[in-house]
Design a protein around this ligand. Sequence first.
Ligand SMILES: Nc1ncnc2c1ncn2[C@@H]1O[C@H](COP(=O)(O)OP(=O)(O)OP(=O)(O)O)[C@@H](O)[C@H]1O
Length: 507
Amino acid sequence: MEFVVEMLNIRKEFPGVVANDDITLQLRKGEIHALLGENGAGKSTLMSILFGMYQPDRGTIKVHGEQVKIANPNVANKLGIGMVHQHFKLVSNFTVTENIILGNELKKGFVLNIKEAARRIEELSKRYGLNVDPHAKIEDISVGMQQRVEILKMLYRDAEVLILDEPSAVLTPQEIEELGKIMLSLVAEGKSIILITHKLKEIKAVANRCTVIRRGKTIGTVDVATTSELKMAEMMVGRNVTFKVEKEESRPGDVILKLEGLTVNNNKNVPGLKDFNLEVRAGEIVGIAGVEGNGQTELVEAITGLRKAESGRIMLDGHDITRESIRGRIHKGIAHIPEDRQKRGLVLDYTLEENMILQVYNRKPFSKRGILDKGAIRKYASGILESFDVRSGKGPLSVSRSLSGGNQQKAIIGREIELDPGLLIAVQPTRGLDVGSIEYIHKRLIAHRDRGKAVLLISLELDEVLNVSDRIAVLNNGELIGVVKASETNENDIGAMMAGVKIGGDQ
Ligand SMILES: Nc1ncnc2c1ncn2[C@@H]1O[C@H](COP(=O)(O)OP(=O)(O)OP(=O)(O)O)[C@@H](O)[C@H]1O
């Protein structure tokens, strides 16, 4: 069997944590090889080693059977290895072509010929079914398209081995399906792919083999066709998992959040949310279903105060908060798990404990007469990190940037739930989380509801909206299409409503 890349017995230690402990991964030519593991298991570290961003402490890397030293990403590129990161590295006011040739101009003998580059990009785009316009500006194209630009960047540099780090985390369900087709066309042309993903369905749909790692160690490599999703999940977590969400019928109480005729402009200064009405009661979870970009951002930002309402009213506990400041709303009991954890969720250069008290540092017991009580802060932060199983090298003292993406997300969720808010707004709360953590977060959202609090859940994962919510409000083109009980609907009906078809009445 021909291996294009072999990573043998790789070890990598960071202060306080062994991220990779004797990991072996062998990539066959022309296969899609999934890399599965819990949050913080060591996947990104392993791939960063393959891409030359970190040096392993021990172990061997072979490319086409020959031992190599990948000192930096340029060496990786030369060896035919390319990587698409979770956070894209594109210049937003440059065109697709300019972004793709960026970096290449430093090479010896490079002659700038944009026309020729654009022609080649177009050709590659056609060949692999990417459908990218080489002249479009990055800021004008969707996230899905931007990801394809990243893929094109690798192809333009003749990469043979493509590493995709959680590529579907930022995509809509339709874009995920298209990405699957693109991956299949890439391997059909002889490329080999390492795919990091938490989505078992996706592994089943496209991957040939799957290597599972847990807490830095290889658990095994399996053939995907003959291994069930449940089996892979259990290998990863090391215990039985259920995909079902257990919950009792909700017992809604008083109205906590009431939106009346809310109209909110989008970034282009036209209404992104139009004349929107909704109630969320104590003791219930209301899910918002909709294709991305149909008013969800405007809705959340208006409630949290990040964006102003053009007209209409936002009522919290019977009080009008439409003009209230962001901080005022937090004090009145609104907590927010934001969509973009790196931009709005955490101050990445702060430690975890500093991040855990962002909203409460000036209250007792954390601050007395203007002086911070370090002991009280540490105790509070440690409690959250333990309860939400946030794994990091130095616990509360870890710099937030050093945490794996999934663990950053768990820390934010823990911080917001710990505030015990009357209204919890959870936007894509489980994006990037492994199945064990998803199970846990769902339980915590339901427990919050069961304590008589209101939860507004915004998610692009239809399964999540259907399983966790009590009622579902469907958005299409900024308008409320309808509100249905989760127990009385199904994926097809919600899908039709998301496309703008009105089914069922207002509940
Ligand atoms: N630069 C770093 N400094 C210190 N610790 C780090 C660094 N990078 C990663 N770690 C730690 O190494 C471990 C593995 O992290 P890694 O990002 O590889 O996990 P992952 O499997 O990719 O997780 P996720 O699914 O959440 O993205 C984590 O405990 C993380 O906190």
